[in-house]
Write a protein that binds this ligand. Structure first.
Ligand SMILES: Cc1cc2nc3c(=O)[nH]c(=O)nc-3n(C[C@H](O)[C@H](O)[C@H](O)COP(=O)(O)OP(=O)(O)OC[C@H]3O[C@@H](n4cnc5c(N)ncnc54)[C@H](O)[C@@H]3O)c2cc1C
Length: 414
């Protein structure tokens, strides 16, 4: 039997979140937030009160303990409300990386950051990318050296989301570092994950990058100069960092799919309202086939992708809760979500802007915020498009076809 319905609880959650978004995040407010370049702290507090922050973290650790379908509903609704996608980014980075951090961290880290972050009193992000490249994760140059019961970290991470938010709220990052030389032919081995508090001695946060979109969440760099952290800040076993990082990417990419669905849905609805009102050649432009066919094509694609995202969310639940799927079985579906939904959402914004003519090119129209924001996921935040293609092709064709590139951002459970 196949049942595509949401539970009553999930339907109620979507309804109440939609109501909160309508009240707290109307598009005029999103425009203001985008212009000011900061998520207001009352919004973060309110999200915490609604149980949205790190909502996938189990209840016994302070989170809402929701399943991945519910987390996707939250991402979709936040994407629908904040088409600039800054607030969804804040939400999804924490719900995916906070989940992995919580899953493998010590009780000390849980107390120091997870329990605070769920209340909006700390930020949790991911620090994997370096100036030398993001896709080739195993090429990370940041090092972790063990000295007694401590680790000494050195290196630099860049294009890191939420650096200003972490400075303001406190908290820190799930950090990937090399802790031993890799065995020949296995560059992804010998890497360890850590919790890096943003205020640790020796940590310096670089200047915020000037980006084209999602203006209300910062991106910056982090330098570590002989940063000493206790062994209790190690996340998971020594040498398992690469695998844990891939688990985080998988969860983030799923939520990105849901976020972009929500933004695309909103763009389409704004477009439909517009074409029914706007007249050309003596009739509403909705009466022209050129517009109708474009709308029908995009709606059909949106529904197909929505089915993909929620089916994948269900698989992710089954993976975690019942071990019904292996991580590798789910990963290709997750990569399909990351590969297909952001470019599709970008296309919807682009097409609807064309329907709107000159108005679409102004800041009076909200759509340009979406185009700029979605581009971050299209261009490669949480994994470039080609890397998703490599993952999917590897799973379809078998491991032997990609032997030379096994250090990419690819889930490997060897
Ligand atoms: C807005 C934003 C926020 C970000 N936030 C974070 C964050 O919080 N934490 C973090 O760690 N990182 C973050 N990143 C970095 C992100 O993870 C990287 O940009 C991404 O992994 C790609 O790495 P890169 O930019 O170095 O591109 P590269 O790895 O240099 O890739 C460049 C191009 O080459 C292609 N390519 C690379 N390898 C192959 C291959 N084998 N086959 C075919 N094509 C290939 C890619 O598809 C891409 O088009 C963020 C990026 C952005 C844009």
């Amino acid at each position: 039997m196949v049942d595509f319905s949401f539970t009553e609880e999930q339907k109620l959650f979507r309804k109440s979140l939609r109501e909160w978004c309508e009240k707290e995040l109307p598009l005029e407010k999103i425009r203001e937030i985008d212009s000011k370049g900061e998520i207001p702290k009352e919004i973060i507090k309110s999200m915490a009160d609604l149980g949205l922050l790190l909502m996938t973290v189990p209840q016994e650790h302070g989170g809402a303990g929701v399943d991945w379908v519910t987390a996707c509903i939250a991402a979709e609704e936040l994407g629908y409300a904040d088409i600039s996608i800054a607030i969804p980014v804040f939400f999804l980075v924490e719900s995916s990386w906070g989940f992995v951090l919580d899953r493998y961290c010590s009780e000390q880290v849980r107390e120091e950051v997870i329990r605070k972050a769920v209340k909006g009193e700390a930020f949790v992000g991911i620090a994997s990318t370096e100036a030398g490249g993001g896709s080739d994760v195993a090429a990370v140059k940041t090092t972790g050296r063990k000295e007694g019961n401590e680790w000494v970290l050195n290196g630099e991470k860049t294009y890191i989301s939420g650096t200003e938010e972490a400075k303001k709220l406190g908290g820190g990052y799930f950090l990937l570092a090399r802790t031993s030389p890799p065995p020949s032919g296995a560059p992804h081995k010998g890497m360890t994950a850590f919790y890096l508090p943003i205020n640790a001695a020796g940590v310096e946060v670089g200047k915020r990058f000037e980006e084209m979109g999602r203006m209300a969440i910062s991106t910056g760099s982090i330098t570590m100069d002989n940063v000493k952290i206790p062994d209790t800040y190690r996340v998971g076993e020594e040498g398992r960092g690469f695998y844990l990082t891939m688990e985080g990417f998988d969860n983030a990419r799923l939520l990105i799919g849901a976020t972009c669905l929500g933004a695309a849905q909103r763009a389409l609805e704004l477009g439909m309202e517009y074409v029914k009102e706007r007249e050309a050649f003596g009739r509403p432009i909705a009466k022209f086939e050129g517009i109708q066919f474009d709308l029908a094509d995009m709606w059909a694609e949106l529904e197909a992708l929505r089915s993909l995202v929620y089916r994948t969310a269900w698989m992710n639940n089954e993976k975690y809760m019942h071990k019904r799927f292996t991580p590798l079985e789910v990963t290709k579906y997750i990569s399909a979500c990351k590969l297909k939904v952001p470019p599709f959402a970008f296309k919807v914004f682009e097409h609807v802007m064309l329907w709107m003519g000159a108005w679409g090119y102004t800041k009076d129209c909200p759509l340009e915020m979406g185009l700029r924001g979605i581009m971050s996921y299209y261009i490669g935040a949480e994994g470039a498009m080609n890397i998703q293609r490599v993952i999917i092709a590897r799973e379809l064709l078998g491991k032997h076809t990609w032997k030379t590139i096994h250090s990419l951002q690819i889930t490997l459970f060897l």
